[in-house]
Write a protein that binds this ligand. Structure first.
Ligand SMILES: Cc1cc2nc3c(=O)[nH]c(=O)nc-3n(C[C@H](O)[C@H](O)[C@H](O)COP(=O)(O)OP(=O)(O)OC[C@H]3O[C@@H](n4cnc5c(N)ncnc54)[C@H](O)[C@@H]3O)c2cc1C
Ligand code: SF4
Length: 638
C-alpha cells in the first residue's frame, strides 16, 4: 500500500514522457533522471487518504484510455497518449480535474527538483555560509535506547510557535518541563540539502496536507523540533487591535491590548524582529515597489525575525544561514538550558486525564531512518499543555475522547486562503536571490486582504500553477525572468478537522463565496502592479483565464463569472479548531487556554484563536502561549 506497484510505475513513466518531453531549453530526457525514484519516495510520505486517491486515479487514468482510444493509456501510441492527456486537460468535472491536477503537481515537484532540470533554468542553491558542530545537550533526546518512565510538573506536546514558548517560560520560572516532539531535530547542517528533501523530512505528510472541499487547498505544516517556525517565511505581525476587540465582544474574553503588549515586546526581542533591509529584497521586491509607486499605493518592507538575513531565498526550507530565528534557535535552547527535557521523534498518542494531578501521557518513538515504531515514554504530569498545532491538537483530543460533549473541538477552522500571481518580465529577475517574502502592501488589509511576497523555488511554483502543458513549459523555461507576489485573505467561512473511524484525519474546508470576490480583487490589483512595473505576461491562478498579456485582458477578468473551483489556492495558517471563549457551550478553552472541564490541561497553539487574524499568526501564537505559561506558573506556585 505504501509502495507503487509495477503497473503504477509503468503508467507513471508513460505519463511523465507525455507531460515533460525534452525541449531546447530543457534538453533532459525524463527517463534518464531520477524522477520516478523520487516520486516513489514521496509517495511513501503521503497521507494514507491521498495515497488511496492516487492509486484510484492511476486506475481511472489507465482504463479511461479505453473510452478515448479503445486501449488502456499505456497501450496507446505516444501520439495518442498526448491526445489523451489533452482530452483530460479539457475535463471540467472538478473531482476528475483535481485528480489529474494532484498527479501533475507531484510530477512537476519531482521533475523540477532534479538538479539536471533546475540548472537548465539558471536556478542554483545558495551557498551555505554557516556550518556547525551538531549542538549536543543532555536534555535533548533524539532517539532513546529503551522505554522511559517520568514524573514532571509540566508536559508540553509540540515544540513549534506555541509549545516552545510555553516550555521556555515555564522552565525559566524553575519548573520541571518535558517536551514531546513528533518531528526530528534539524539544524543548519541540514539546510544545504535540496528544498525537496527538507520538505519530505520536516513537513508533515511530505508537504501534501490538503483540505478537501471547493477548492482543494494544500495546507502544509511543519513537523520538526521548532514546528512550523522552522520552515515558515519569517514574517512578523502583531494581532490587529480590531480583531482582539471582536474576540472580546463575541467570545467574552476580556483581554486588553495593554495586557498583551509586554508579551509581544518580549517575543519581538527574543526573535530580533526588524524591518527587512532593502538590499536583500531582491529584484521581486524592487519590481513590486516600482509597480506600487506607479499606481500611487503604499508598500514597505515586512518586519521579520531574520536579522542579518542574506537573502538566501529559501526560508520555507530551513534558513541556511541561521538568520531566521525559528524556535529551535532561541526558545528551545533556552528551555533546555533551564533544565527542560526534549524528546524528538516522539508522537504523543495516549492522554489519560487524572483528577488528583493533570494527566498521564504515553508517547511512541519512531525511528526517523526506518519509520519503525520502537520505544515508549510514559509521563505523569501535573500540567499538560497541548501545542501540536491547529490540525493535530483537535485530533489528539478526539482520539483520546477527552471532550465527548464539546461540539466545538475541530470546528471553526480558518486557514487564511492565499493566492499568488507569477509575472514574466523581459529581463532576468532571479527571484531566488533575495527574501522570498520581504515586501508588503497595506492597501485593503482592513478589508481582509493582506498582500505579501510569495516566491518559491522552481519545483514548488511549477506544482502550484495549473495551466496547459505548453503554457507551463513556457513559464518554467523562462522562470529566471519571473517574479511572484501574493496575498492572504481573512476567512469569511470556516472548515473543520474530522477524525475518521480509521483514525485518519480529514480537513474539510469550502471557500466562502464572499471570499471569492476578495480573490478576484486581489489578483486584479497584483496584475495591475506587475503590468505597471513592466511585466510582459502574468499567470493569474484563475482556471478560465490562466494568463493575461496586458491591461486589456483585465477587462475580461472583470467580466468573468468565477467559481470557487476556478482558483488555485494554498493556505499556511490553520487556526481556530479549539477556540477560546468564556463560555463552555461556545468554546473549547478559557481565556488562559485551559480546556473547559479539564483542570490542568491547557492548549497553547494556533488552534485557540476564535477567528481569522488577517495577518500572519506566529507572533500572536507566541504571545498568547507566553501568557498561558505565566498563568500555569501562578497555578503551580499557589
Ligand atoms: C510555508 C509556511 C510559511 C509560513 N510563514 C509564516 C510567516 O511568515 N509568518 C507567520 O507568522 N506565520 C507563518 N506561517 C505559519 C506559522 O509558522 C504557524 O502558524 C505557527 O508556527 C503555528 O504554531 P503552532 O504552535 O500552532 O504549531 P506548529 O508551529 O506547527 O508546531 C506544532 C508542533 O507540534 C508537533 N506535534 C503535533 N502533534 C504532535 C503529537 N501528537 N506529539 C508530538 N508532537 C506533535 C508537530 O510536529 C509540530 O512540530 C507559515 C506556515 C507555513 C507552512
Ligand atoms: S532569505 Fe530566508 S533563508 Fe535566506 S538568509 Fe534570509 S531568512 Fe535565511
Amino acid at each position: 500500500m505504501k509502495n507503487l506497484s509495477p503497473t503504477e510505475i509503468r503508467i507513471l513513466k508513460s505519463f511523465l514522457r507525455v507531460l515533460l518531453p525534452r525541449s531546447n531549453k530543457i534538453p533532459v530526457d525524463v527517463d534518464e533522471i531520477k524522477v520516478v525514484e523520487s516520486l516513489e519516495v514521496q509517495f511513501k510520505a503521503l497521507p494514507r487518504l491521498i495515497r488511496i486517491h492516487f492509486k484510484l486515479g492511476f486506475r481511472i487514468f489507465q482504463w479511461g484510455g479505453l473510452l478515448y482510444g479503445a486501449k488502456p493509456f499505456t497501450w496507446l501510441s505516444p501520439a495518442r497518449q498526448v491526445g489523451y492527456l489533452d482530452f483530460w486537460e479539457r475535463i471540467h468535472f472538478y473531482p476528475l480535474r483535481m485528480m489529474l491536477r494532484l498527479l501533475i503537481s507531484m510530477c512537476y515537484v519531482n521533475y523540477y527538483s532534479q538538479p539536471e532540470v533546475y540548472q537548465c533554468l539558471g536556478y542554483s542553491l545558495p551557498p551555505v555560509t554557516v556550518k556547525r558542530e551538531r549542538a549536543e545537550s543532555n536534555n535533548l533526546v533524539i532517539f532513546p535506547k529503551k522505554d522511559i518512565f517520568l514524573k514532571t510538573e509540566v508536559c508540553v506536546i509540540g515544540s513549534g510557535a506555541g509549545g516552545a514558548v510555553a516550555a521556555k517560560h515555564l522552565a525559566a520560572h524553575g519548573h520541571e518541563v518535558v517536551i514531546l516532539e513528533e518531528g526530528d531535530f534539524f539544524d543548519v547542517n541540514n539546510f544545504n540539502e535540496e528544498p525537496y528533501d527538507i520538505v519530505r523530512k520536516a513537513y508533515r505528510d511530505g508537504g501534501f496536507e490538503t483540505t478537501i472541499g471547493f477548492p482543494l487547498i494544500i495546507t502544509p505544516t511543519g513537523r520538526a523540533v521548532g514546528g512550523t517556525t522552522l520552515i515558515n517565511s519569517g514574517t512578523c505581525f502583531r494581532l490587529p487591535e480590531n480583531v482582539l476587540e471582536k474576540w472580546n465582544e463575541q467570545w467574552g474574553l476580556d483581554i486588553s491590548y495593554k495586557e498583551l503588549a509586554p508579551y509581544f515586546e518580549d517575543v519581538e526581542k527574543t526573535l530580533h524582529i526588524e524591518e527587512a533591509k532593502e538590499d536583500v529584497l531582491g529584484n521581486i521586491g524592487l519590481k513590486v515597489k516600482k509597480g506600487i509607486e506607479v499606481l500611487g499605493l503604499q508598500g514597505h518592507p515586512l518586519r521579520r525575525n531574520a536579522p542579518g538575513c542574506q537573502g538566501a531565498g529559501r526560508c520555507c526550507f530551513g534558513c541556511p544561514t541561521e538568520a531566521k530565528k525559528s524556535t529551535n534557535l532561541n526558545y528551545i535552547p533556552e528551555a533546555l538550558r533551564h533544565g527542560a527535557q526534549l524528546y524528538a521523534n516522539c508522537r504523543a498518542e495516549t492522554i489519560i486525564p487524572k483528577y488528583d494531578y493533570g494527566a498521564e501521557v504515553i508517547g511512541t518513538f519512531v525511528d526517523p531512518k526506518t519509520g519503525q515504531k520502537c520505544h515508549q515514554i510514559h509521563i505523569k504530569a501535573e500540567i499538560l499543555i497541548l501545542a501540536g498545532g491547529s490540525l493535530q491538537t483537535p485530533l489528539l483530543i478526539k482520539k483520546n475522547q477527552l471532550l465527548l460533549h464539546n461540539s466545538h473541538v475541530g470546528r471553526h477552522l480558518t486557514i487564511h486562503p492565499a493566492a499568488k500571481v507569477i509575472a514574466r518580465f523581459d529581463e532576468d529577475i532571479e527571484g531566488w536571490k533575495g527574501i522570498p517574502q520581504g515586501y508588503c502592501m497595506d492597501e485593503w488589509r482592513e478589508a481582509g486582504i493582506n498582500f505579501e511576497g510569495a516566491f518559491t523555488p522552481p519545483a514548488y511554483s511549477a506544482a502550484a500553477v495549473s495551466v496547459s502543458r505548453q503554457q507551463h513549459r513556457s513559464l518554467m523555461e523562462n522562470y529566471r525572468q519571473c517574479a511572484s507576489f501574493g496575498f492572504l485573505v481573512s476567512d469569511s467561512g470556516q472548515g473543520r478537522v474530522v477524525r475518521l473511524p480509521t483514525g485518519d484525519p480529514l480537513v474539510l474546508y469550502n471557500l466562502h463565496r464572499q471570499d471569492l470576490e476578495k480573490f478576484k480583487k486581489g489578483i486584479r490589483l497584483l496584475c495591475q502592479i506587475f503590468f505597471a512595473a513592466g511585466a510582459r505576461e502574468i499567470y493569474t491562478g484563475i482556471h478560465p483565464l490562466p494568463r493575461v498579456n496586458g491591461m486589456g485582458d483585465l477587462v475580461i477578468m472583470d467580466q468573468l463569472k468565477m467559481k470557487r473551483t476556478d482558483l488555485d489556492l494554498g493556505a499556511f495558517h490553520p487556526l481556530g479548531t479549539c477556540r477560546m471563549g468564556s463560555k463552555p457551550n461556545q468554546s473549547v478553552v478559557g481565556p488562559f487556554g485551559e480546556i473547559h472541564g479539564l483542570k490542568n490541561i491547557f492548549i497553547a497553539d494556533g488552534s485557540v484563536f476564535p477567528s481569522s487574524l488577517g495577518v500572519n499568526p506566529m507572533v500572536t501564537i507566541m504571545a498568547f502561549a507566553a501568557r498561558s505559561a505565566d498563568h500555569v506558573h501562578r497555578r503551580l506556585t499557589h
